[in-house]
Design a protein around this ligand. Structure first.
Ligand code: 1GP
Length: 253
């Protein structure tokens, strides 16, 4: 088993910031994978996340297999459902949607996934997944039938993240939703980061280098970007090492 979580901790302890490119199996053509991954490889990206809210069965496995052919970046599953689990990846974010109150997404799906997970060698990373409202309904809300947390109720968001940590979760993921118009605010990131002692992931609606820098400056250890790369692959060209910001260094490059 690859120790992806321990590697994340080691990178963070060295002051490094991490970037994951999110690939939604529903949104990429299998023939375009090699070209897309080539771009990932030349950028500062450190991880590839694979997953989506609604994905046809078996596509994920084929996609991950193909991605692995072209990169040494760790591939981490970010599954919307049990069917997206594949042994071809290196790790899985074992997400519990702690902003919501739907038992299926708090513990139900997890129980259903065990027989499949037992057949894999994935590094299973328990993740407290917190959906924050971003102005319009997101796919996560629709699929999970849960309400996001109000972005103005900072204390409630902080307490939710802290409760996740105290329950033993290893990562906290603040999610504004794929393609969100408004990304997670500085104030939310700063306050959550101050309260927790585990790595902080931030994603949803980050579309520029400036927004990426802001997320890092306000506490994100790992930023997830999907839509911006899907819509314009030239964004990768702006994110090439060496990074111009002094505080940022890319692991292994
Ligand atoms: C979505 O946080 C991720 O689950 C990434 O969002 O597609 O908006 O980059 P974007």
């Amino acid at each position: 088993m690859k120790h992806i979580y321990n590697d994340i901790l080691a990178s963070i302890s060295k002051g490094e910031k991490l970037l994951a490119v999110l690939i939604d199996p529903d949104k990429i053509k299998i023939d375009n994978v090699s070209g897309f991954i080539e771009k990932v490889n030349t950028s500062i990206a450190t991880h590839i996340l694979v997953g989506g809210s609604t994905v046809d069965e078996n596509i994920t496995s084929l996609l991950v297999e193909k991605i692995k052919k072209y990169t040494t970046c760790p591939v981490v599953l970010f599954p919307g459902d049990v069917t997206q689990i594949t042994s071809k990846a290196d790790a899985i974010l074992f997400l519990s949607l702690i902003s919501g109150r739907n038992p299926e997404y708090l513990i139900g799906k997890h129980i259903k996934s065990i027989s499949k997970l037992k057949e894999t060698n994935l590094d299973v990373i328990s993740t407290g997944y917190i959906l924050i409202e971003s102005g319009k309904e997101t796919a996560v809300e629709r699929v999970t039938e849960t309400e996001p947390l109000l972005r103005t109720n900072i204390q409630h968001i902080v307490d939710t993240a802290k409760a996740g940590e105290l329950l033993g979760m290893k990562l906290i993921y603040l999610e504004a939703g794929s393609g969100a118009k408004v990304s997670i605010s500085k104030e939310i990131m700063l306050n959550v980061k101050k309260a927790i002692n585990i790595p902080l992931i931030v994603g949803g609606g980050i579309r520029s280098k400036k927004q990426l820098e802001t997320a890092y400056d306000f506490g994100a250890d790992l930023v997830v970007i999907g839509t911006a790369f899907e819509e314009d692959e030239s964004f990768f060209d702006e994110l090439k090492p060496p990074w111009s910001v002094g505080h940022f260094s890319k692991r292994g490059k």
